[in-house]
Design a protein around this ligand. Structure first.
Ligand code: FRU
Length: 476
């Protein structure tokens, strides 16, 4: 195996395997005081092929320890071409993984008898051999990513699919024993012609379904027909055990870098979600780097009474903070720079509170070279009520996506409170506890580290800003 030189784009406080490819988080479960994370993993290289389940364990949601690979495709078995995404449940004391075998896409089980280290494929696999016959033709064989929960003495499952030419599907099943599954119908069917408030495209993968704040939250990841990955979409609504009636809808995490999220209900009641942070550079660049993909920070989810999303990074991340720097009460005007006295870094958390007039346009400059040749900007524009991550000058490399990523955000006359996490090639921004915008940027210059305030139109007042260098999660 080729061991690549250290890469300054490798995140330091986001989980990822030491090398090679990862995509979706899988099988999240809290077991005897530890959090278990599984993930789509290719041990053979930094590209998507013959997917295994990697495995890691944490006691605090922040620091992780790598464990041996949990699932490997079995030659001649229903998962011979890959162990694709799925979930984990506690089946009366037996830890059980419920995952997608390919090809064709089927539902498989594996169990562990030694404390989640070794996994045995269940001889009854596949427990569902394909989509329900009455809709199979329209699914084109897309039938994946089982998500299972227990309710009223039964197991329930949702699984992603599509009705070709119409839109995505979340299919609903029920079982007494995880082995015999009865198809109950679609939990939700999409309309690919609907553009507002969110286009949900052609195929839905990785569904999740939870009771949350007196409502139910459904989310899934939307794909276009040719397999372009878009974003995770959520619906909030009412569920009576059989029928789900959505009433609010949106994008779970904006920016088109965060995909295929999976959530875990912690024993303390919080609902915490992680997603796959896709790369935004060419396949050739990923192969040259020797690694691809990282896990997002853990984020808690909630719903307002109107079904709007609440989203915040988990409090446990504060364990990574080093000595802070503070700034306060600055009246900001356009055309000036150097507000933050040389603040710099590429592994940082920044918490900033701004008060601004409705037409103001302002924000932060990140990962900026001293001469500004490389820089990423995070801008709030009052007029358009949008938060944007502007990556058009983020990198001198020709191999990267330099798109501008936008998310709608109304301040309704109030302040803007940002929590920004910069981890080399990863930027995650939380705004007012109401939205998350995630992006990937690949500065090439070693001195692209600067942080500054930026005002295009005032008046704007910085109430306070605190910046912490964050430590790596692999060093205790
Ligand atoms: C989402 C996804 C899942 C599938 C897995 C394969 O990113 O396409 O639908 O199970 O990745 O790795």
């Amino acid at each position: 195996m080729i061991v690549n030189a250290p890469d300054r784009r490798q995140p330091r406080f986001h989980f990822r395997p030491a090398q090679n490819w990862m995509n979706d988080p899988n099988g999240l479960i809290q077991w005897q005081g530890q959090y278990h994370l599984f993930y789509q993993y290719n041990p053979a290289g930094p590209y998507h092929a013959r997917i295994h389940w990697g495995h890691a364990v944490s006691r605090d949601l922040v620091h992780w320890e790598h464990w041996p690979v949990a699932l490997t495709p079995t030659p001649g078995g229903p998962d011979q071409d890959g162990c694709w995404s799925g979930c984990a449940v506690d089946n009366a004391g037996v830890p059980t993984l419920i995952y997608t075998g390919v090809h064709p896409q089927v539902v498989c089980l594996a169990t562990s008898a030694d404390g989640l280290r070794r996994w045995d494929k269940h001889p009854a696999s596949p427990v569902i051999a394909g989509p329900p016959p009455e809709i199979a033709a329209g699914t084109g064989g897309h039938f994946r990513d089982p998500f299972v929960w227990r309710e009223a003495g039964q197991w329930h499952m949702v699984i992603g699919s599509q009705a070709a030419g119409r839109g995505g599907l979340v299919l609903h099943y029920r079982s007494p024993d995880l082995l015999r599954w009865e198809y109950l119908g679609p939990l939700l069917a999409g309309d690919a012609t609907q553009a507002e408030p969110v286009w949900t495209a052609a195929m839905w993968e990785c569904p999740n379904f939870f009771a949350l704040d007196g409502q139910h939250l459904l989310f899934f990841s939307a794909q276009t027909a040719p397999g372009e990955l878009l974003y995770p979409v959520y619906y909030a609504g009412a569920f009576d055990g059989q029928r789900f009636q959505p009433r609010a809808q949106g994008i779970l995490v904006h920016g088109q870098s965060f995909y295929a999220p999976l959530a875990l209900r912690l024993d303390d009641g919080r609902l915490v979600v992680w997603g796959w942070l896709k790369e935004a550079r060419s396949e050739a660049a990923q192969r040259a780097a020797g690694w691809s993909g990282a896990l997002s920070l853990p984020m808690t989810l909630g719903l307002t009474p109107a079904g709007e999303l609440r989203i915040e990074p988990v409090a446990e991340l504060q364990a990574l903070r080093q000595a802070p720097r503070h700034f306060a009460e600055l009246a900001l005007s356009p055309g000036r720079a150097g507000w933050l006295d040389g603040l710099h870094g590429d592994c940082l958390e920044i918490e900033a509170v701004f008060e601004a007039s409705p037409e103001a346009e302002f924000g932060l400059q990140l990962l900026a070279a001293p001469d500004g040749q490389e820089q990423t900007r995070l801008i709030y524009a009052g007029r358009t009520q949008r938060l944007s991550l502007e990556a058009d000058q983020a990198s001198l490399s020709p191999d990267v996506d330099r798109g501008v990523r936008r998310a709608p955000l109304s301040l309704a006359g109030g302040a803007l409170r940002l929590r920004v996490f910069v981890d080399r090639s990863v930027i995650e921004v939380f705004a007012n506890g109401r939205l998350c915008l995630a992006g990937r940027v690949y500065p090439t210059r070693p001195d692209s580290l600067g942080v500054d305030l930026l005002v295009r139109q005032g008046p704007v007042r910085l109430k306070s800003l605190t910046a912490w260098p964050l430590s790596a999660i692999w060093e205790r």
